[in-house]
Ligand binder design. Structure first.
Ligand SMILES: [Zn+2]
Length: 108
């Protein structure tokens, strides 16, 4: 995947991943030649939770078991990587109610 990219500053095709960042970002890709920022790296644990949740949501949607507001809510959170505490709570309730597989609950 990295090979498809070239640094837009210096044209290099070599990149370095840094994951020891201080602050809100989990990691970033920088150019190996000019050290410039290329893109942010998503936190893999968030990505995993997001994928598990999407899978559960798709199963629920395919099964056609959700009522009106549940359907609206589920469609609303389908593409979100992060859920608020309230959204997570609601989602868990829907999972329990319909005996859906509950993805690992976000901690913190
Ligand atoms: Zn560069």
């Amino acid at each position: 995947m990295e090979n498809c990219n070239t640094c837009k500053y210096c044209g290099s095709v070599e990149f370095v991943e840094k994951t020891d960042l201080i602050g809100m970002h989990w990691g970033e890709v920088i150019c190996a030649k000019c050290d410039r920022h290329i893109r942010w790296l998503p936190d893999p644990s968030v990505t995993r939770k997001f994928e598990e949740r999407s899978q559960t949501i798709d199963e629920a949607l395919n099964a056609g078991i959700l009522s009106g507001w549940e359907l609206m809510f589920i469609r609303n959170i389908r593409e979100r990587r992060y859920l608020t505490h309230k959204q997570q709570e609601k989602f868990d309730q829907i999972c329990v109610k319909h005996a859906l597989k509950i993805p690992a609950i976000a901690s913190g």
